[in-house]
Write a protein that binds this ligand. Structure first.
Ligand code: PEP
Ligand code: MG
Length: 583
């Protein structure tokens, strides 16, 4: 956070840092993970806590009745009766059974009443009463006053937001986020980016400056928040401006964007939820380069069964039509926690994450492979290849192991007399540096690779990707990191193995420009960055960035520049000379 400037009180402007672009206007929801921590609890524990909070609320009513005037006593008595209404309690418990955290279960019950009886005056009064007890129980859960379940745009304010926490909110009302952390690479931020939600980060001790319900104007472009903004400031901003996709109609694009000097570049998207697939209608998009299979199931209490998974993958394949989809096998751990899977082991960035975890529990991954195989064989396009990609592979041996699992599943399906996909393409993410020291051998075991630069960067520099200070200490465009990426790309090209990059750096025009300079031609990017990357490619002569990068990475770079400018500065300088669009 840079500075805090006071207007005439109570308006203030907070300068943070932009984690995602866009402008939005809404009311602060101060999200406190202490009280939302019930995400990790079992349903039984949540029900118990809910009933304890109800009892506390009833006690509160009793003590209020004792001290209030007669008229108010009647209102409080109504509240007490409602709190003790078994039908209302059961409705909330049913919502908790559906895997909602307690506060959202309370809100959903309230919302149901509102939706069912919207215009009716009797039910309006009843709604107000239930709203009162909802608020009371929430206060008892949390020990303080918090947001009411009103249908207004929410700006989620928190220390940090994990994907599970974010997805608990009604996405239609979630217009922006303000966070204390400033990690560009956390999965909460990645999902916010793909959904076009503006985010300002690096706001230290935000509770000191923002109260629950405060009106906020969030400028994700400048990394600025106006708290209780004057109407003149609001009038200056067009908050209705959302990233719009104009669909290029030229079907001849055929999944490519052509650079100014005529080189085809292939763009794919990273998809987290099915909404992201809408971008596939764009003719320049070749397909999905990374489908994060764990995200749609993160809200589930239990890891979904084969039928549920098959249904989802089938929907995705049918929505993608003839475009390819790379399904990434389960990638849990780090900031992607699952209630049912994470009870039995310690979850750390460098622990039992992703493939290590699933290889330890092969039954889990086999169910997922079975669902993928069944979905491809029964979708509308059964002749297309099934692409499966494994994350966090650290040794060639692990790749052999997962290939054998796929074979077992195929044999099983055939023995059962089921159809299987005609072509299966098996890939790996390059995210752990150890693989680089056996790359030749490794490339013989895969049909394609995708560089997971978010994780590769953290393991390369021994930093935590969620540690904002450290991730700013080192640069994606450092000579060492770029040299490593070039080695991977060169070796994959030499072996004719298709190589893409699906980390967030591919979605940033300047970084993507540098990647083009080291020979990358397949980019799997955030749906919201498509237009920016297309514009960059179309306004770039690739030969010039190739020259620039080969000089930057050589042992004897152009002396003056090497001494004075970083790779980032040199790429920026070239973009200015070439008038390459970087936004
Ligand atoms: C990566 O690590 O670069 C990647 C794309 O995977 P994720 O961000 O889901 O870990
Ligand atoms: Mg990763």
């Amino acid at each position: 956070m840079k500075s805090i400037t006071s207007f005439t009180q109570p308006q203030i402007t907070i300068e943070g840092m932009s984690l995602n672009l866009g402008i939005a206007h809404g009311h602060a929801y101060m999200y406190d993970p202490k009280y939302a921590g019930d995400i990790q609890l079992s349903i039984e524990q949540k029900v118990k806590i809910f009933l304890q909070a109800v009892n506390k609320a009833v006690e509160l009513c009793d003590s209020n009745i004792a001290i209030r005037q007669e008229q108010n006593q009647e209102l409080i008595l109504v509240q007490k009766t409602l709190l003790q209404d078994p039908a209302w309690q059961q409705r909330v418990i049913d919502k908790i059974d559906d895997n909602l955290i307690i506060t959202h279960a309370l809100d959903k019950v309230l919302e149901d009443i509102d939706i069912a009886f919207g215009g009716d005056s009797f039910w309006h009064a009843r709604f107000q009463e239930v709203k009162g007890i909802t608020q009371l129980v929430r206060q008892c859960l949390e020990g303080k006053a918090i947001y009411l379940s009103e249908k207004k745009p929410i700006v989620l304010c928190a220390k940090t937001i994990s994907p599970v926490e974010m997805m608990q909110f009604d996405q239609a009302n979630l217009v922006a986020m303000v966070v204390e952390d400033n990690s560009f690479l956390s999965h909460g931020m990645i999902i916010a980016r793909s959904r076009g939600i503006p985010v300002v980060g690096g706001v230290i001790e935000l509770k000191k400056f923002i109260n629950n319900h405060d009106e906020l104007l969030v400028d994700g472009d400048l990394g600025r928040i106006y708290v209780r903004p004057p109407s003149a400031v609001i009038a200056n901003y067009d908050t209705s401006k959302k990233p719009q996709f104009s669909k290029p109609s030229d079907a001849a694009n055929n999944g490519t964007v052509i650079s100014r000097d005529g080189t085809p570049v292939h763009l794919l998207i990273n998809a987290n939820l099915s909404e992201d697939l809408e971008c596939l209608e764009r003719s320049t998009i070749k397909g999905v380069g990374l489908y994060r299979t764990e995200i749609p199931f993160m809200m589930s209490e239990r890891w979904p069964d084969v039928e549920t998974q098959t249904r989802l993958y089938l929907q995705v394949m049918n929505k993608a039509k003839k475009k390819s989809v790379v399904f990434r096998a389960l990638d849990v751990g780090g900031d992607k926690t699952f209630q049912s899977l994470h009870k039995s082991f310690k979850n750390t960035q460098k622990g039992w994450r992703n493939s290590r975890f699933t290889l330890q529990r092969p039954s889990l991954i086999r169910l997922q492979l079975r669902a993928m195989i069944r979905a491809r064989a029964s979708c509308d396009y059964p002749d297309l290849p099934l692409h499966i990609m494994f994350p966090m592979i650290s040794e060639a041996q692990e790749m052999r192991f997962v290939r054998a699992l796929i074979q077992k599943e195929l044999d099983r399906e055939k023995n059962l007399g089921h159809e299987v996909p005609k072509i299966i393409r098996i890939g790996a993410m390059i995210e752990v540096p150890s693989v680089l020291f056996q790359l030749n051998q490794f490339l013989d075991l895969v049909d394609f690779i995708s560089i997971g630069s978010n994780d590769l960067f953290q393991f390369f520099y021994a930093i935590d990707r969620a540690d904002a200070v450290m991730s700013r200490r080192y640069d994606f465009l450092s000579k060492a990191f770029m040299q490593m990426l070039k080695t991977i790309i060169d070796q994959a090209n030499a072996k004719n193995v298709s190589v893409s990059l699906c980390g967030e750096m591919a979605s940033r025009p300047l970084e993507a420009m540098a990647l083009l300079g080291i020979g990358l031609r397949h980019f799997s990017i955030n749906p919201n960055s498509v237009e920016a990357i297309e514009n960059m490619v179309q306004s770039l002569d690739i030969w010039s960035i190739q020259d620039c990068m080969s000089d930057c990475l050589s042992d004897t770079p152009f002396a003056y520049k090497a001494a004075h400018l970083s790779i980032r500065e040199r790429v920026m300088e070239l973009a200015q000379i070439q008038q390459t669009q970087l936004s």
